[in-house]
Design a protein around this ligand. Structure first.
Ligand code: KIV
Length: 269
């Protein structure tokens, strides 16, 4: 691990050198600090905050103000990693102007270095407008959770020839529009491999197999802090929920029995 600041130039450098890019989500200061300390390349303040922290059933209700609040907290924990703010549903869909104004808030108010938007050819003019305004944009295609109603659920995308072709064309168009990298979510590994080999910007996969230029996960999934459901592509590296529940129950038992606080946790004068 190096202490050098990870910049936008390092995404393409890593693709060219064949080093894998790592990206994890954070929505608050302590998690962002842990991820940064571990040497992860990029931190995404994802709109997944709505599901894993705020208790919504989908990412659709998440607002700009909620995203700015969480992005500011994550900013205070990140020194080295590249910080990306996720544009929530209806913060960029209506017009190029609204997209630029809201993307600008992530940079000006929250100190993010880039923004992420979901979608393919339908967001190309938004991407161009933001990039023209000096705002780096991370694309996101495949399973795009903000469109879950249109997609008919959280399911693998690009499984037939026509939809695979559409994703290949969307990826090329997003690169041409100026995205610096592309998230591929829930697409077959073979399709992700083809897209990765055809682009000069890096692909970062989440449920897209091993051939992407980088890998992403929602941190609360990988540490076992969010366990309402676990997608097939998530690998659980810890069971933090269980550890926390045991600690909370131990406190309850000791507080009720009088075993806590002991003398060592009390003031004598
Ligand atoms: O919101 C999010 O966490 C995301 C990741 C799944 C890439 O978009």
């Amino acid at each position: 691990m190096t202490n050098d600041k990870f910049t936008i130039l390092d995404f393409r450098r890593k693709k060219e050198s064949g080093e894998k890019i790592t990206l994890l989500t954070a929505y608050d200061h302590p998690m962002a600090w842990l991820i940064d300390s571990a040497g992860i390349d990029a931190v995404l303040v994802g709109d997944s905050v709505g599901m894993v922290m705020l208790g919504y059933d989908s990412t659709v209700p998440v607002t700009m103000d909620e995203m700015i609040h969480h992005s500011k907290a994550a900013r205070r924990g990140v020194e080295r990693a590249f910080l990306i703010g996720d544009m929530p549903f209806m913060s960029y869909q209506a017009s190029d102007e609204e997209a630029v104004r809201n993307a600008g808030r992530f940079l000006k108010e929250a100190g993010c270095e880039a923004v992420k938007v979901e979608g393919g050819r339908e967001v190309l003019s938004r991407v161009r407008a933001m990039v023209d305004a000096g705002i780096p944009v991370l694309g996101h295609i495949g399973l795009t959770p903000q469109s879950v109603s249109k997609l008919g659920g959280y399911r693998v995308q690009g499984t037939d020839a026509a939809s695979a072709e559409r994703l290949i064309e969307d990826a090329a168009a997003l690169e041409e529009a100026g995205c610096f990298a592309l998230i591929l979510e829930c697409v077959p590994a073979r399709l992700a491999k083809k897209i990765t080999s055809e682009l000069s910007i890096p692909t970062i996969g989440i449920g897209a197999g091993k051939h992407c230029d980088g890998q992403a996960l929602v941190t609360h999934d990988l540490v076992g802090y969010f366990d309402r459901f676990t997608p097939k592509f998530v690998k659980r590296y810890a069971e933090v929920n269980r550890t926390m529940l045991e600690a909370i129950k131990a406190f309850k038992n000791e507080a009720e029995s009088g075993a806590f606080p002991g003398d060592e946790h009390s003031f004598t004068s």
